[in-house]
Design a protein around this ligand. Structure first.
Ligand SMILES: [Zn+2]
Length: 415
């Protein structure tokens, strides 16, 4: 396709201005932006971004898994992919995911402006439901795109009882056909730009993170069963207090994580039954989220979680159930892609460092099939999943120029 460079100046404003305009789609009265998976707000964002894509000369499609894909169909051979996601957590910020998509469009505008013609196609992808907050189906779009299993997801329901299947049917999509989105065999490489969502770059006064790996995650649901009883008459030594056992698990996992440089542990959700001020908790039901950077460390975490729960349950005379609900292995990013990003950061005069990603991203699935890299920009105060998310306009522009430089490198040769 020929792009008419004289046609005017799509995306004439700054990256920050485009992000601010996008953030008005799904703006919450309580602050922040809410565009959960398969919502009207998300599809309005698709329409708006799709229009910007067309202005840049891209062919636009929403694929069977609800991924928005804009294709610059030039050159020969497999495409280079870039992008991130446009869905948000409830009352989210304007940068998480959105920056990777908006930055990609501005990077294309930079390539247009210098008259660069790629030797191979370029795809900009906004993956459906990276966040997973609505249906507990995180990374749905990239899972479909990479040919991963989807059967588990179809009948998961949101807080209103709507299943993913029916939400998709409501916008003319068939969950059984989502696997048709599989496209990794058409990509030569993938590059995702994202905010860091942590404090490292800011604290070291750096502009760019050259991401080398993405952490592995394990999620668990634990039930501890003791004996609900009278809080006044039951002697302390005879109690089987499920919450006391849970508290020990929380603290021991925290101690373990503190003893290791690249390990985190979190208990973020807990409920006790029967839940009375004067009743000893008979049941504690809680989640565990543990993360580590290497496969060995993740396997060790598995063993530590299991042995810690079993030992404390035994000590406290509790019965227990332990179920693994989520599992993603860590991913070492492609060495050539890491070098490409590093060269781009150097070429643009950025202050940069190599670093692992402590958050999960679509790149962690795509990267199991296609050589993949990631570019981070700083997050002020390390804050994300909040309206307080902020990266300075200069750093957003610099990140976009680094992305453009890396894409120029990757698009130079066809094949
Ligand atoms: Zn994200």
């Amino acid at each position: 396709m020929l792009v008419d460079h004289q046609r005017g100046a799509p995306l004439a404003g700054s990256v920050t201005e485009t992000l601010e305009e996008l953030a008005t789609i799904g703006q919450s009265p309580r602050g922040g932006t809410t565009r959960v998976a398969w919502s009207n707000e998300l599809f309005r964002a698709y329409d708006w971004i799709g229009e910007r894509m067309r202005e840049l000369g891209l062919d636009v499609e929403v694929d069977p898994a609800g991924n928005l894909v804009g294709r610059w169909n030039v050159g020969t051979g497999k495409a280079i992919g870039t992008g991130s996601h446009l869905d948000t957590v409830p009352s989210g910020g304007r940068l998480d995911g959105a920056f990777g998509v908006v930055g990609a469009l501005h990077a294309i505008a930079l390539l247009h402006a210098e008259g660069f013609t790629p030797s191979r196609p370029l795809w900009v992808i906004a993956f459906m439901d990276e966040e997973g907050t609505r249906f507990n189906t995180a990374l749905f779009g990239s899972q479909a795109f990479t040919g991963g299993p989807l059967a588990d997801f179809a009948d998961r329901a949101d807080a209103e009882g709507t299943t993913l299947r029916s939400a998709m049917a409501g916008v003319g999509r068939d969950v059984e056909r989502a696997g048709d989105a599989q496209s990794t065999d058409q990509l030569a490489a993938f590059l995702e730009m994202h905010i860091e969502q942590g404090p490292l770059l800011e604290s070291e006064g750096l502009d760019i993170g050259v991401v080398t790996s993405i952490v592995g995650l394990r999620g668990y649901r634990v039930h501890l069963y003791g004996q609900a009883n009278h809080a006044g008459t039951t002697p302390t030594r005879l109690r089987r207090d499920a919450l006391a056992g849970a508290a020990r698990v929380v603290l021991e996992l925290r101690e373990f994580a503190r003893s290791r440089p690249d390990v985190t542990a979190n208990v973020g959700k807990i409920a006790v039954e029967p839940g009375g001020a004067n009743v000893i908790p008979g049941v504690a039901d809680f989640t565990i989220d543990v993360r580590a950077a290497t496969p060995d460390a993740v396997e060790e975490l598995d063993r530590v979680v299991e042995s810690t729960v079993a030992r404390i349950a035994h000590d406290e005379q509790l019965d227990y159930g332990l179920e693994r609900t989520f599992s993603l292995d860590p991913l070492e990013l492609d060495a050539t892609m890491v070098d490409t990003v590093e060269r781009a950061a150097v070429a643009e005069g950025a202050r940069w460092r190599r670093m692992p990603s402590g958050a999960g991203h679509d790149a962690m699935l795509v990267g199991r099939h296609v050589p993949t890299g990631m570019i981070f920009v700083p997050s002020r105060g390390g804050i994300s999943h909040s309206p307080e998310e902020y990266t300075s306009p200069d750093q957003l522009e610099l990140g976009t120029r680094v992305l453009a430089a890396a894409l120029r490198d990757l698009l130079r040769t066809g094949g």
